[in-house]
Design a protein around this ligand. Structure first.
Ligand code: NAD
Length: 287
């Protein structure tokens, strides 16, 4: 998205001056760390609002763990299909668009998000690290427990990269066949080559983050000259440590959140909503 188009649609409210504003303006590389609050104004409830929102009817702990998938793949799949139905209709809000526009004019912007909704990319952000994956991508279900218990080391499927199930082996299947599969109602899909069950490419409870993805997030935080933290309660590790990592390095950190977090007392914390505050802030930084 070009800067002029973005600025045309910006609210003209000026950003009040605050400590670090000058450092933010000067920063040639800004990292933006986002959580569920970033997408709240796109109509996606935050995790903490789960008892009243998207997550209300089922405890995610019961349907978003490897254990749950092993026990009942169809139930876990159906729950994700329901969540995806609500998330699929969501559109980026003014905050997502403002972050995308921040990169115009040559400044480097790294977005590190805990969100699985793809809205930063939909808004036009390019360098996005999805710490917790993406609801709309699939990957093979890798059953580590079964693999460790098996007498032989597992065979790795050349198409899905998972532990091959060989329930229906099609030697002519390709990665393109796999790429065509989507999160949709119906039976849990399987790898067209080896028959392994497929699952959404998100990080479930009791799972580790992909180390390469975490490395990319740490590299963005370690290389930035300023960090903006938006809409995260900072209660989910290891993601929550990332703003602290920047702060320890002496990098200016700005938080945007209607509620105080553990970070708030240590940084400049603006109390307000992402879609309201980010356009004014970024209009200021882009100027
Ligand atoms: P969280 O639900 O724990 O916290 C949300 C935070 O957003 C709170 O601090 C809240 O005060 C703040 N907030 C609410 N409305 C806001 C607004 N309009 N603008 C700015 N901030 C606002 O979220 P979390 O810290 O991201 O952790 C929850 C986990 O659940 C994450 O791992 C994430 O992957 C997942 N999740 C993702 C989505 C999504 O993809 N959109 C939605 C819900 C949960």
């Amino acid at each position: 998205m070009g800067r002029s188009r973005f600025v045309d649609h910006m609210p003209r409210a000026a950003m009040p001056d605050f400590p670090h504003l000058a450092s933010l303006r000067r920063a040639r590389h800004i990292a933006v760390f986002t959580g569920a609050g970033m997408s709240a104004e796109s109509g996606i409830p935050t995790f903490r609002e789960r008892m009243t929102g998207l997550w209300a009817r089922t405890d995610p702990m019961e349907v978003a763990t490897p254990r749950a998938f092993r026990a009942d793949p169809q139930r876990v799949w159906d729950w994700h299909v329901n969540v995806a139905a609500a998330v699929r209709n969501a559109r980026p809000n003014a905050g997502h668009r403002a972050i995308a526009a921040l990169a115009a004019g040559g400044r480097r912007v790294s977005v590190v998000t805990q969100n699985i909704d793809g809205l930063h990319q939909a808004a036009g952000s390019e360098a996005v690290v999805e710490l917790h994956g993406n609801l709309f991508r699939l990957k093979p279900f890798v059953d580590e427990d079964a693999a460790f218990a098996a007498p032989e080391p597992p065979v790795i499927c050349g198409v899905c990269d998972g532990y091959a199930a060989w329930e229906r082996c099609d030697h002519f299947a390709t990665r393109e066949d796999l790429a065509g599969l989507v999160l949709a109602a119906g039976a849990v899909p399987r790898c067209p080559c080896c028959g392994a069950l497929l699952r959404p490419d998100v990080v479930w409870f009791e799972e580790m983050l992909d180390p390469l993805v975490l490395d990319a997030a740490m590299a963005a935080v370690d290389g930035c000259e300023a960090l903006i933290c938006v809409g995260s309660s900072l209660e989910v590790e290891p993601a929550a440590s990332l703003p602290w990592r920047a702060l320890r390095r002496g990098v200016p950190v700005l938080e945007i959140n209607p509620q105080a977090t553990a970070l708030s007392a240590h940084v400049v914390s603006l109390r307000g909503r992402a879609a309201e505050l980010l356009p004014s802030l970024i209009l200021d930084l882009a100027g």
